[in-house]
Design a protein around this ligand. Structure first.
Ligand code: GTP
Ligand code: MG
Ligand code: ZN
Length: 286
């Protein structure tokens, strides 16, 4: 009998079990042993070829992983097209150092970042607008939301189409609340401490893709806030602060660290108000 091979997308993985969506149906799959040896086993977001072994019971075997657009190690996910970086305006207060760190990481990974300023109901408009304008002027998409009262959340929807989108941000910023609103059902726990383990960490450990519309997925990911930027070369950091880019060539020294040197294009741009002093300070911190 001829093999039945289909293309699908891995929507979750728990130890040896992969859930693969094929033509709107979910198949329980194992991966062929060969993947383990190659240490490139399938992860959520992977487009795979599966051999269907039991159509009735919806069981199959993953035969092949198609080329990945990108791959993130922690949490394990492939083909992420964008990350919504959720920043809470109050309770918890905005962590702009984390935001800048995540923007650097997204630029490095070539994943589109979108900034979501949440809990706008809790903060003064001028304080929100300062952050809003800062990142808008750099060129980023910024959305303001009050997830508690479902304000602004629809605006996120238009960005989701045909994409795999992950949400990232500190604990308590409102990621689960936003995801639940977007999906129109409760999948992610909106947390108080009781929903978490004793260390106060969210207990979600696996990446799951949730389908929204015909071809969009939202990734519920554990611990995206542990973004590791150590793999990024120090000298590339200024490049990933995207508004710094055009001033780098004005530095006198080719290996300028943009801190202590004379005739530094970036420091000059900061003095002239072309680069935000706050962003520059966070650059130095990173
Ligand atoms: N006032 C206000 N509260 C909000 C808003 N969005 C979320 N919250 C509340 O903030 C708390 C934390 O929200 P979650 O959605 O659980 O936050 P999270 O980002 O998923 O947190 P972790 O799962 O710990 O990473 C909940 O009590 C929400 O009801 C908002 O826009 N305004
Ligand atoms: Mg959550
Ligand atoms: Zn410089």
């Amino acid at each position: 009998m001829q093999k039945e091979i289909f293309n699908g997308i891995v929507i979750s993985n728990l130890s040896d079990l992969y859930k693969v969506e094929v033509n709107n149906a979910i198949y329980d799959c194992n991966a062929r042993g060969k993947f383990k040896a190659e240490e490139t086993s399938p992860v959520a977001g992977d487009i795979v070829e599966i051999e269907i072994t039991d159509k009735e019971k919806k069981v199959g075997v993953i035969e092949k992983i198609l080329d990945r657009k990108n791959y993130i190690k922690r949490p394990k996910i492939a083909n992420l097209s964008q990350i919504i970086l959720v920043v809470s305006m109050k309770l918890p207060k905005p962590d702009l150092l984390l935001l800048d760190k995540q923007l650097v990481y997204a630029e490095h990974m070539n994943i589109k970042p979108i900034i979501c300023l949440n809990k706008i109901d809790l903060e003064d408009e001028n304080k929100i607008d300062y952050i809003y304008n800062l990142y808008r002027n750099i060129g980023y998409e910024v959305i303001k939301t009050d997830a508690k009262n479902n304000v602004g959340v629809d605006e996120i929807k238009k960005y989701l189409e045909n994409n795999i989108t992950a949400f990232s941000g500190n604990s308590g910023v409102g990621k689960s609340t936003l995801i639940n609103l977007l999906l129109g059902k409760t999948i992610a726990q909106e947390g108080d401490i009781s929903n978490k383990n004793k260390r106060g960490k969210n207990t979600t450990t696996q990446v799951v893709l949730y389908k929204i519309g015909q071809s969009s997925y939202i990734a519920d990911t554990p611990g995206f806030s542990t973004f590791d930027i150590k793999e990024i070369d120090k000298k590339d950091l200024a490049y990933y602060f995207i508004e710094f880019r055009k001033y780098i060539k004005e530095c006198e020294y080719i290996d300028c660290s943009h801190k202590k040197e004379e005739n530094c294009g970036i420091k000059k741009a900061v003095q002239e108000g072309k680069i935000s002093k706050d962003r520059y300070e966070r650059f130095c911190q990173l």
